[in-house]
Design a protein around this ligand. Structure first.
Ligand code: ASP
Length: 309
């Protein structure tokens, strides 16, 4: 039994492994692992405390995938519910659909008994306001939101701070039956255009899992993972005989075809094959990922391989 995660997921790994040790499923574990991260106000990329869209509203994306039957559940641009991963799981298990977005996702969350709340933490609100004030000058101080609303797309592009765009959490687990599951949850690109979906809720882009071959999940610039179907490409590479490391490297090679300036390419992946061999890669010079096995008392952080674009 094993669970791997992006580095910010280390706070959820122990409780996920406890579930597996008690005979729980990979699906249960990867959902549960997300909760401490979604609750963590210091993680500005996930759940409560996540950075908002350009209008100051926290919009969350999440997906969960069952590697045994290739079932999936996703929610996109959901507002006011701090555990989108659980709403995604309920979409997978209780609806005939795979994905709900916006108002429909919120309606479903409410129907399932989740309580709506304001997810904008005081710290995230301050960072958002200060960031926009820095970009738009004193008029922001007087009537900032009205100014932003006049030209939202320009505001979103201008306000994007490259230091703050990134973050999401990934988990991939193998349970005691050898079944796999994966989960991804995020507040997405900070100061994004309202309604923007990243890769995290898109099965095949930011998340993919298949018991027969393995799983892969992404963080980074979601638009890249969408355009390259990065997670499923990685799993298909394993299907066609590559090792997990070869599969990730070959999938990352596809990013060269995008014609993007090298300094704009920001991508990270954790991947694991069906036997529990794992590998993680990043375009950033120093990045870690986390894992825990049933023989470990606590998770370990280990370095990702670097991908030079
Ligand atoms: N992949 C996420 C998104 O594009 C953000 C991130 O991981 O940095 O929404």
């Amino acid at each position: 039994m094993i669970i791997i995660a992006s580095a910010n997921g280390d706070i959820g790994l122990k409780q996920g492994m406890d579930i597996l040790k008690k005979g729980g499923t990979a699906i249960e574990a990867v959902e549960s692992c997300c909760w401490p991260v979604e609750d963590n106000p210091l993680d500005n990329s996930v759940g409560y405390g996540g950075y908002p869209n350009v209008l100051g509203v926290v919009e969350l994306d999440a997906s969960i995938m069952d590697g045994k039957f290739l079932r999936a559940g996703c929610v996109g641009a959901i507002k006011g519910y701090r555990h989108p991963i659980s709403v995604a799981r309920k979409v997978m298990e209780e609806l005939h659909h795979v994905m709900l977005v916006g108002e429909g996702a919120e309606m479903f969350a409410k129907e399932k008994g989740y309580t709506a709340e304001n997810l904008l933490s005081p710290e995230a609100e301050k960072t958002w306001k200060d960031g926009l004030a820095g970009k738009f000058g004193p008029e922001w101080a007087n009537d900032g939101l009205a100014n932003i609303k006049a030209l939202i797309s320009q505001a979103s592009a201008l306000a994007t701070d490259p230091q703050k765009v990134a973050g999401t959490v990934n988990f991939i687990a193998i349970d005691g039956h050898g079944d796999m599951a994966s989960s991804v949850t995020t507040s997405g690109w900070a100061w994004k255009y309202p309604g923007r979906l990243g890769d995290s809720p898109i099965i095949g882009a930011g998340n993919y899992c298949d018991n027969r071959y393995g799983g892969a999940a992404c963080t980074g610039l979601g638009e890249i993972a969408i355009r390259t179907s990065l997670a499923r490409t990685t799993v298909m590479n394993m299907r066609f005989g590559m090792s997990v490391e070869e599969a990730v490297r070959a999938a990352f090679e596809d990013m060269r075809a995008l014609g993007m300036p090298k300094d704009k390419v920001n991508m990270n992946m954790v991947a694991m094959d069906a036997q529990g061999r794992h590998f993680a890669m990043s375009t950033n010079p120093t990045a870690d990922y986390a894992y825990i096995t049933d023989s470990m008392d606590a998770p370990a952080l280990i370095p990702r391989a670097r991908f030079e674009v």
